[in-house]
Ligand binder design. Structure first.
Ligand code: APR
Length: 171
């Protein structure tokens, strides 16, 4: 059964095995969904992030993903991924695709049965929404067909509409 759903709401309320954070390479928190997840998870999440190996201050390069505990969140793990900064990235499409792919792969490697994504790179990082939605849905679909429950938690109605359109184009 294909289990891909789209919910308008705050990802920190998602009842899934793993919640994905739209982080930055330093992985020390930030605004947007990064700020919301750290606030809801509590200080243990930042402690866990600080334990991730950093090379010149970079804990998670663009397009990669790292997994930590989830602190007070209703999830087992948080996967921190860093999407492309649209205007700066050499190949924003490939980087966004790998952010989703690496997050999905890491979730499966950690025996997660369900994962919640925000709209990665669609806020401060400025990714065009329709293109981001297509990448998010098309990258997730093979994992959904393989039994992973994927939920997109979107913060406003306009994004919900765009994601639903992307799903209808893929199916
Ligand atoms: N739940 C779900 N979605 C949310 C939430 C929330 N609580 N808060 C914000 N969003 C949405 C935004 O409205 C946007 O659609 O998440 C999407 C991603 O926006 P950002 O959080 O700005 O993430 P991104 O564009 O990937 O930029 C990452 O912003 O917060 C900093 O530290 C972060 O430097 C990094 C950059």
């Amino acid at each position: 059964m294909n289990d891909l759903s789209i919910i308008k709401g705050d990802i920190t309320c998602a009842s899934v095995d793993v919640i994905v954070n739209a982080a930055n390479p330093k992985m020390l928190g930030g605004g947007g969904v990064d700020g919301a997840i750290h606030r809801a998870a509590g200080p243990k999440l930042l402690e866990a992030c600080k334990k991730i190996k950093s090379t010149n201050g970079v804990r998670c390069p663009f397009g990669e993903a790292r997994i930590t505990i989830a602190g007070n969140l209703p999830a087992k793990y948080v996967i921190h991924t860093v999407g492309p900064i649209y205007r700066q990235a050499q190949n924003p499409e490939a980087t966004l695709k790998s952010a989703y792919f690496n997050s999905l792969q890491l979730a499966v490697e950690n025996d997660c049965k369900s994962i919640a994504f925000p709209a990665i790179s669609c806020g401060a990082y400025g990714y065009p929404l329709e293109e981001a939605a297509h990448i998010a849905v098309s990258t997730s679909m093979p994992f959904v067909k393989n039994g992973l429950r994927v939920v997109f938690y979107l913060f406003d109605e306009s994004l919900v509409k765009i994601w639903k359109e992307a799903v209808s184009q893929i199916e």
